[in-house]
Write a protein that binds this ligand. Structure first.
Ligand SMILES: Cc1ncc(C[n+]2csc(CCOP(=O)(O)OP(=O)(O)O)c2C)c(N)n1
Length: 392
């Protein structure tokens, strides 16, 4: 007879390499060339500027609701940059920075944001799945894709993204169990951004860490500072290697923060304090990496200004192309066509509301004026009522 504690054979390490002043721990620093780091920084900056433009477009009624990425850029770039092009990227709805790294066209994102299915059609040669809006489905899909690839004799792996709230879903546990039992080469990336819409992490799960939920399923897991590109990269590189070489799935918990609203339909001031947001702004992943690059003369004011201008032009061009494409599309009705044989009253109401808001009804040249109005507080969406929109 015994009352010995069980030895799990696993523990949850925490990785941090780049501190809040942009200084690194040399012993832990991964071997990354300055060009890759600069590309990571640029992609993070582009995702941030893209969100700023999207917010104006949404507030002026040009596009519908979307989920901002601000604050989570390092978690995404650190992890996604460890994949090969023939690996699978299986995102949820907040992975704009990771999507850009994979080569996703911002014009496609805008077409989708405006309510057109065409925006999420994936090119044949890309192994990127469209946004999963239901919380949790993508984790199961990633496990299945990874398993199928292995059965076909490929060495490609899958990487899937989800939030802290998603770890309370049944899908999460089913996906991890499946992956562990069948040795499906999938890396689960949890972006613990502290909130599931308005519910703080402590109120939706009693687990001390989210990573430990993976240990229970037999997967190695690690927690990282999610605002530190190098920590996220280190954990992902190791997990990808284990998945590719040994068919072993793994999980990374990126401890980070969602600086902006959950989606543009949400008002975060109703459930969190400004002080908390400010404290996390101090740990901004972009500033940290910028300081690191400046200290090494890889970035200065001139280079940054040039980068900002290029990104601004890329985003302006993306919206122009998105608008031109929208003009040629049939409208937003197809989104509602394949849900029920007989549409419900609610669906019909939504279909009509969308048709009224269709961006093609906006005439060329009105854009900047409407965006200015939106910035000055004349917000079409607020006038029409946020209640019409979905939360996800
Ligand atoms: C199956 C399902 N239930 C509920 C929702 C509504 N919903 C959208 S996002 C969200 C919270 C998700 O939080 P988390 O997993 O932490 O991800 P985050 O949005 O913070 O990135 C909920 C409940 C949904 N989209 N799908």
């Amino acid at each position: 007879m015994t009352r010995e504690p069980v030895d799990y054979g696993d523990e949850i390490p925490f990785i941090s390499v780049l501190d809040e002043n942009g200084d690194i721990d040399d012993d832990l620093m991964p071997d990354l060339g300055p060009e890759v780091v600069l590309k990571g920084y640029r992609t993070m900056l582009k995702a941030r500027r893209f969100d700023e433009r999207r917010l104006k477009l949404q507030r002026s009624g040009r596009i519908g609701t979307f989920a901002p990425v601000v604050g989570q850029e390092a978690s995404q770039i650190g992890t996604i940059s460890t994949l090969r092009k023939d690996d699978w990227f299986v995102p949820s709805y907040r992975e704009t920075a990771a999507g850009f790294w994979r080569g996703l066209d911002p014009a496609d994102i805008l077409v989708f944001d405006a309510g057109y299915n065409e925006g999420i059609s994936i090119p044949d040669d890309a192994r990127d799945l469209p946004n999963a809006v239901p919380v949790g489905t993508q984790m199961l899909q990633a496990a299945g894709i990874a398993h199928a690839g292995r059965l076909r004799g490929e060495d490609a792996i899958a990487m899937t993204y989800f939030g802290d709230g998603a770890t309370s879903q049944g899908d999460f546990h089913e996906a991890l169990n499946f992956a562990a039992v069948y040795s499906a080469p999938v890396v689960f990336v949890c972006q613990n951004n502290q909130y599931a819409i308005s519910v703080p992490r402590e109120k939706q799960t009693a687990s001390k860490t989210l990573a430990q939920k993976a240990v229970a399923n037999g997967l190695p897991a690690v927690q990282v500072d999610g605002n530190d590109l190098f920590a996220a990269y280190t954990a992902a590189r190791d997990a990808v290697k284990r998945a590719r070489e040994d068919g072993q799935p793994g999980m990374i918990e990126c401890v980070t923060y969602r600086i902006e609203m959950h989606t543009t339909a949400d008002d975060p001031t109703r459930y969190r304090e400004d002080d908390e947001v400010e404290a996390w702004r101090e740990r901004d992943p972009l500033d940290r990496l910028g300081d690191y690059l400046r200290d090494r003369d890889a970035l200065d004011d001139g280079k940054l200004e040039k980068m900002e201008k290029e990104i601004e032009a890329e985003i302006a061009d993306a919206w122009e192309r998105a608008e031109a494409r929208i003009e040629e599309l049939e409208g937003t009705d197809p989104m509602f066509a394949h849900i029920y044989a007989e549409p419900t009253q609610e669906l019909e109401r939504q279909r009509k509301a969308m048709a009224r808001r269709a961006p093609q009804e906006v005439h060329a040249g009105e854009d900047s004026e409407a965006e200015e109005d939106a910035e000055n507080g004349k917000d079409e969406d607020q006038v029409e009522g946020d209640g019409e929109k979905d939360d996800g």
